[in-house]
Design a protein around this ligand. Structure first.
Ligand SMILES: Nc1ncnc2c1ncn2[C@@H]1O[C@H](COP(=O)(O)OP(=O)(O)OP(=O)(O)O)[C@@H](O)[C@H]1O
Ligand SMILES: [Mg+2]
Length: 375
């Protein structure tokens, strides 16, 4: 816990180190999660109020914070350049700016080893913790536009800050290894789930196979495509900027699409014990897809667009495999808030995967209709 006086000292140093404008007026905590502690800082710049986002990052999660920062800077600089090129207005609210220290470094590191950084604030804007259909459409537009602005960015120049993040084959290998080792002695209790996941290995790995054969291009993927990582205009609800770019890497666009749908279009949530509440809401799916596709249609390959629904299934199976792996390994990776949390999560993701699998023809049909409409 950082006491307020300490915080004021740190923020005053940050203003100086990152050459931010004005003098410290107030600090307001926005969120405190696993990864970041986020604050909105207001400064008084000769009577003019300025706002900045200041974050303390969990450098234990990201083993190489400088590579993370370089990825974020490259991507946001490129988006800013594209926005300027296209004559967009309100650019300060359409993309975040990562401030550098006077010495060119990305972080201010306190003597006790905490990493702090500063961003421009997307002002008069809010993120959304829960999605409804209009929010999902806007979220789709935001991530579609993100893709569009990065189409000509050389994705493979980004650092792979989390190796094999969406390497579904590797995730399945990890699951098999965990079952073989059976460290927690739980394998007998999860046979049904384990057998189901193995029976779906081909479907789960279809995108990895295509990627290996060179059939799908590598794009810049965000890797955390949730609506709380999009800022919306407080008044109009329209999307402004995509934030939380720490996991940007090279990858397949279907995983970004799939993860957004997996997370937001399941009304039951990620760890609901009541499995009847876990399903894919097709109207939510359509809303996200409409937004997303309207931005990228004609810009991506046909095959890439066709495989978007496969991403929903792949990412759901992959996450189920990761939860089950952790359960078999004795809950060493994901934080467990209730007993057998990883098993509850596994069952919910399997339930969702089964529902998605049954609805694949409808997902494909709806996507094809959206693609037709937009042509
Ligand atoms: N540049 C910004 N402008 C305005 N608000 C922001 C900005 N960056 C972050 N926020 C707000 O702070 C919240 C948390 O920030 P962010 O998404 O970067 O952190 P996180 O990694 O999701 O953190 P956590 O671990 O708390 O979930 C966002 O959902 C958003 O409401
Ligand atoms: Mg976030």
């Amino acid at each position: 816990m950082i006491v307020m006086t300490e915080l004021y000292d740190i923020f005053n140093t940050i203003i100086d180190e990152f050459s931010l404008k004005g003098t410290l007026a107030s600090i307001y905590p926005l969120s405190s999660g696993n990864i970041n502690d986020t604050y909105i800082m207001t400064t008084d710049d000769d009577g003019f109020e300025r706002q900045y986002i200041v974050q303390r990052i969990n450098h234990l999660v990201f083993k190489n914070p400088n590579e993370v920062a370089e990825n974020v800077c490259k991507v946001t600089d490129h988006i800013e350049h594209k926005l300027r090129e296209s004559g967009a207005d309100d650019i300060r609210r359409r993309v975040v700016k990562y401030y550098l220290r006077k010495n060119g470094e990305h972080y201010y590191v306190t003597p006790d080893g905490n990493y702090w950084r500063a961003f421009s604030c997307v002002y008069d804007a809010t993120s959304a913790d829960f999605a409804d259909i209009p929010i999902l459409r806007e979220t789709g537009l935001a991530f579609g536009e993100f893709q569009k602005n990065l189409l000509d960015f050389p994705a493979d120049t980004l650092y792979e800050t989390i190796p094999d993040f969406h390497n579904t084959k590797k995730r399945y290998d990890d699951l098999k290894k965990a079952a073989a080792e059976n460290k927690s002695n739980r394998l007998d209790t999860v046979r049904e789930e384990y057998d189901y996941l193995l029976s779906m290995e081909k479907e789960a790995c279809v995108l990895c196979e295509m990627s290996e054969k060179g059939e799908l291009p590598h794009r810049v993927v965000h890797n955390d495509t949730k609506c709380n990582n999009v800022m919306f205009d407080t008044e109009t609800g329209k999307h402004l900027a995509v934030i939380d770019l720490d996991t940007v890497m090279s990858g397949l666009v279907a995983y970004d699409f799939g993860d957004a749908v997996r997370f937001a279009a399941n009304p039951g949530g990620e760890d609901n014990k009541v499995l009847s509440k876990v399903y894919l809401d097709l109207d939510y799916y359509s809303a996200f897809a409409e937004g997303f596709v309207s931005e990228v249609k004609g810009e991506m390959t046909e095959k890439e667009l066709e495989t978007l629904p496969d991403g929903v299934l792949a990412v759901t199976l992959e996450l189920a495999a990761r939860f089950l792996t952790d359960y078999l390994n004795g809950d060493v990776y994901f934080k467990c808030k209730v007993p057998h949390h990883n098993l509850i999560r596994t069952k919910a993701q399997i339930q969702l995967a089964k529902d998605v699998f049954g609805k694949m023809p409808e997902l494909r049909k709806r996507l094809a209709d959206i693609l037709d409409e937009k042509s």
